[in-house]
Design a protein around this ligand. Structure first.
Ligand code: GSH
Length: 247
């Protein structure tokens, strides 16, 4: 029995949902509401002490961290394989996973938080803001830096640079391969939520001169797993007004 504790708009949750759907694995989809801080309750922290989603429960055992969960599922359910067979191919895929976690996944949080989370912090009193920041487990410093008004323009520009670098690397890899590692793999699903969020936030102009990435993106959006992952309410623009418009 697989249960995914996740949130519809969370990019880390979307990576795992894409993997589960592509592999055709049934799972209990338990939604964790960020607005109600359900990821910071003692019950949830007992499962995931980082206070983040997603968490996978497999026959009651917790498997944590979205990329770890993806690899766990692929090892356990190899019928629809999403990793290369040869060790060298697997190493190449893992290199993509690490790059995606370190560069675009962290970069996309800056415009996401600036366009979305600041809305929830604008009206908090100093005391409430402090409490909200202190309650965060893994990213207390990050929330402190975001403060009430969001990250600085310099931080935003630097995150755009990292997203541009990701687009360039992907476009170059996709110039002579259909998917990032040749065959479709976890590497592709790892980066899809960042690309989808970029479009959601109005940053798709960053790949206007990346034809190979555009072709990959069109092919990805045609997949049943993609459509199942992105149901109504999974994008920030489904929930909030004026997303993608200049502040
Ligand atoms: N490395 C973790 C990071 C998970 C993570 O940052 N999740 C975000 C949503 S994508 C979250 O739960 N944020 C809660 C918060 O910021 O309070 C993973 O990949 O699972």
């Amino acid at each position: 029995m697989l249960e995914l504790l996740n949130n519809p708009i969370s990019t880390c949750s979307q990576k795992v949902r894409l993997t589960l759907h592509e592999k055709g694995l049934p799972f209990a989809d338990t939604k964790i509401d960020f607005r109600k801080k359900e990821h910071l309750t003692p019950e949830y922290l007992a499962i995931n002490p980082d206070g983040v989603v997603p968490s996978l429960l497999h026959d009651g055992h917790a498997v944590l961290d979205s990329s770890v969960i993806m690899e766990y599922l692929d090892e356990l359910f190899p019928e629809v394989p999403l990793s290369p067979k040869a060790p060298l191919g697997r190493a190449k895929m893992r290199k993509w996973l690490r790059f995606i976690e370190e560069v675009p996944t962290t970069a996309i949080r800056i415009p996401s938080f600036n366009q979305v989370l600041v809305r929830h912090r604008a009206d908090l009193s100093e005391d409430e803001l402090q409490k909200d920041t202190d309650a965060r487990t893994l990213r207390r410093t990050f929330y402190r830096e975001m403060g009430r008004g969001g990250f600085s323009d310099a931080r935003l520009q630097e995150s755009h640079d990292r997203l541009r670098e990701t687009v360039a690397r992907m476009d170059s890899a996709l110039a002579d391969a259909e998917w990032l590692c040749g065959d479709l793999s976890l590497a592709d699903f790892c980066v899809v939520p960042t690309i989808d969020r970029m479009r959601d936030l109005g940053l798709d102009h960053l790949w206007s001169d990346a034809p190979h990435l555009q072709r990959w993106w069109n092919a990805m959006q045609d997949r049943a797993a993609y459509r199942a992952t992105y149901y109504p309410g999974t994008r920030v623009s489904d929930i909030y007004d004026s997303i993608g418009e200049p502040a």
